[in-house]
Design a protein around this ligand. Sequence first.
Ligand SMILES: Cc1cc2nc3c(=O)[nH]c(=O)nc-3n(C[C@H](O)[C@H](O)[C@H](O)COP(=O)(O)O)c2cc1C
Length: 150
Amino acid sequence: MKKLFIYYSNSGNGEVVARYLEKQGFDVRKVETKYKLSRHMFFAMMKGGFHALVGKKAKLINYNNDVSEYDVIYIGSPIWNSRLTPPINTVLKNTDLNNKKLTFVFYSGGGTSKKASKKVNRLYNNPTIINLKQPKKYSDELKKLGEENE
Ligand SMILES: Cc1cc2nc3c(=O)[nH]c(=O)nc-3n(C[C@H](O)[C@H](O)[C@H](O)COP(=O)(O)O)c2cc1C
């Protein structure tokens, strides 16, 4: 069974998840985008938080939306303002994920991912949702992924 992890990461937590899943046999597609946040936390929060709130879709660079050869797809997104990120909003819009075994991996600062979960539950039929708290800092969090794959 072919497995794919599609993810976005702004500050490296998504990378840690990608490396972990790669070791478990996943192919990995990182979403590249020109969309960037300021390095100043205040401005990053204002822009990212607002765009997450309004469900903005960021432009992607060379995104390959052909997932036909995969049965199992994991989608990774940071949590911004309890919601999905603009690049992942675009991925969901542009990728046919019907009839796939879908898991969402959300990495957050430890806060709630309620709004993101609500959205993916609305869009898809009973996806699995795994919440990780800063996996870059707390590597134990990655075990939550292992349990899903063993
Ligand atoms: C604009 C912005 C908004 C955020 N909002 C939340 C939030 O609502 N709840 C939370 O727990 N963490 C929040 N965070 C923290 C990130 O979700 C967390 O650092 C995540 O692991 C980042 O993933 P990355 O390193 O792959 O980009 C926010 C970070 C940014 C930049």
